[in-house]
Design a binder for this molecule. Structure first.
Ligand code: HEM
Length: 485
């Protein structure tokens, strides 16, 4: 037991591209259970990083997720949990709510869904190929694709997909000012009202979708209305946000690591292994997710965590624990080893891992088959993609600039730290191009729960500010993600 633990401030700094967080790396090596302070909230808490201990904490019922209303140490000033969200409910109530949607995300459901998911993606790739070149893969593929898929699964009409994207971006924003808090509160009300309307619609006209399943569960008395609304919102928002960011980061990693893309093209059977390894490797969560609270004294490794103390775990760190994954920073499609923790562990294990995996497999199989010469359009660190606005430092015609696999030309591949920093920043999943000042607006997309994915890809945006929204304010920055539940 540490009688006087040293407390370290974890500032949760932005990081270049998909770099592994040095604070997590140091914690893994030096203190897998360490006491930290966070930028907001009160007091100290524990951070657990090693694979074995993360599994231990997340599976042990003495660590409760019922933290609503407590003055927790946290990454952001505002914390707007959804009322009655499963994220903050302990078993057995938690299992009761989760069971209502389990069949909708089972392997059987995924097998039935897969052909329709493939059709959706094929149509998007067709459009991409017909469109202007170079192309922006995030705008045209990795954002609309998971949105269309989760819309299909939930039964959200296409005309409303943009709302889901907007709500997720706002709710997961880490912006800490008062306006951001008001925006998030408003979005919380709007999304609640929307899903309530959708639920009523499905009661009147049932369909073969998850919203209808939830309504039936409510009508049978398994869940109540608030539980239905919170779960529908979580699934809808995470279903887009997490997959969009994860898929973008996977592509970025594949296109910036020597040989990976070409191997995937040459050996399509490696796609499932590649997806699994990339899920482990991509740092989904930046910083910390939701804490747990010790309901009694519990020894975790060498440390005695006292009743009432808060504990955060880092699944990202656990996935890079060298004791479990030798050469953890190396992407190895053939890696053997225990199950990674990208989707969490214990009762709060992600609702949609099979869906997320299936989408990633369909995406990578399709893009490697149809766009085998896909290349970065701009230097790594500045972009996964090129859009219609040429990179100011890359002279030449669009044909010379890009690749996007459409021209079969290799783009420049020089890496420099400055670009890398920009790179990780310039992308925002749903921001229209030309709405930011600066040639490359640098910002990571950082969230800290299920959607906890750092987006390390960039879109090239025009050098000149365009349009009224061109002044980026911190408060607007959805890349600064807040926790919500
Ligand atoms: C690559 C994509 C995804 C990743 C990396 C991911 C990861 C995670 C993680 C780490 C957790 C939290 C575990 C914890 O709190 O201990 C989680 C929870 C959750 N995820 Fe995902 N997720 C992804 C996709 C999805 C999708 C597609 C859906 C919707 C179908 C979804 C819905 C949820 C929900 C509702 C929770 C809360 C579960 C609970 O607290 O019981 N996620 N996810």
């Amino acid at each position: 037991m540490n009688s006087e633990p040293v407390t370290t401030l974890y500032r949760v700094d932005d990081l270049p591209a998909l770099d592994f967080d040095p604070f997590l790396r140091a914690s893994l090596h030096e203190a897998p259970v360490r006491q930290i302070r966070l930028p907001h909230g009160e007091g100290e808490c524990w951070l657990v990083t090693s694979y074995d201990l993360v599994r231990f904490v997340t599976a042990d019922p003495r660590f409760s997720r019922d933290i609503t209303g407590r003055p927790i140490p946290k990454m952001t000033r505002h914390f707007i949990p959804l009322d009655r969200a499963v994220s903050f409910v302990d078993p057995p109530g938690h299992a009761r709510v989760r069971a209502t949607v389990a069949p909708a995300f089972s392997s059987t459901a995924m097998s039935l869904l897969r052909p329709r998911v493939q059709e959706l993606l094929d149509a998007m790739v067709d459009r991409l190929l017909r469109g202007q070149r170079p192309a922006d893969l995030v705008r045209d593929i990795t954002s609309p694709f998971p949105l269309a898929v989760i819309g299909l699964v939930m039964g959200i009409p296409e005309a409303d997909h943009a709302h889901v994207r907007e709500w997720a971006t706002t709710l997961l924003s880490r912006a800490s000012d008062e306006q951001a808090a008001q925006r998030a509160e408003r979005v919380k009300q709007d999304s609640r009202a929307y899903f309530l309307r959708l639920a009523r619609l499905r009661r009147a006209e049932p369909r073969d979708d998850t919203m209808t399943t939830l309504v039936r569960a409510m009508d049978h008395g398994t869940i109540d209305e608030e539980e239905l609304l919170a779960l529908a919102t979580l699934i809808g928002l995470n279903g887009w946000h997490a997959v969009c960011n994860n898929a973008s980061n996977m592509l970025y990693a594949l296109l910036t690591t020597d040989g990976l893309w070409d191997r995937l093209c040459a050996e399509p059977h490696t796609v499932p292994g590649a997806v699994d390894e990339l899920l482990r490797w991509v740092p989904h969560k930046h910083g910390v997710g939701q804490p747990r609270i010790a309901t009694e004294d519990v020894r975790v490794g060498d440390v005695l965590i006292r009743q009432g103390e808060y504990v955060y775990v880092s699944y990202v760190a656990a996935n890079w624990d060298e004791r479990v994954y030798p050469q953890a920073g190396h992407i190895d499609f053939d890696r053997q080893g225990p199950r990674h923790l990208a989707f969490g562990n214990g009762p709060h294990f992600c609702v949609g891992p099979l869906l997320a995996r299936m989408e990633a497999e369909v995406l990578l199989s399709t893009l490697t088959a149809r766009l085998p010469t896909l290349r970065l359009a701009v230097p790594p660190g500045t972009g996964l993609l090129a859009d219609r606005h040429p990179h100011p430092r890359a002279q030449g015609t669009p044909r010379d600039l890009v690749g996007a696999g459409l021209h079969g030309r290799r783009a420049r591949t020089t890496q420099d730290p400055k670009n890398a920093i920009r790179a990780r920043a310039a992308f925002d999943a749903d921001e229209p191009h030309g709405t930011r000042s600066g040639a490359h607006h640098s910002r990571p997309c950082v969230t800290d729960r299920c959607g906890g994915v750092r987006v390390g890809v960039t879109a090239v945006v025009p050098a000149a500010p365009a349009g009224p929204a061109s002044t980026a304010r911190a408060s607007d920055d959805p890349s600064r993600a807040r926790p919500y539940g």
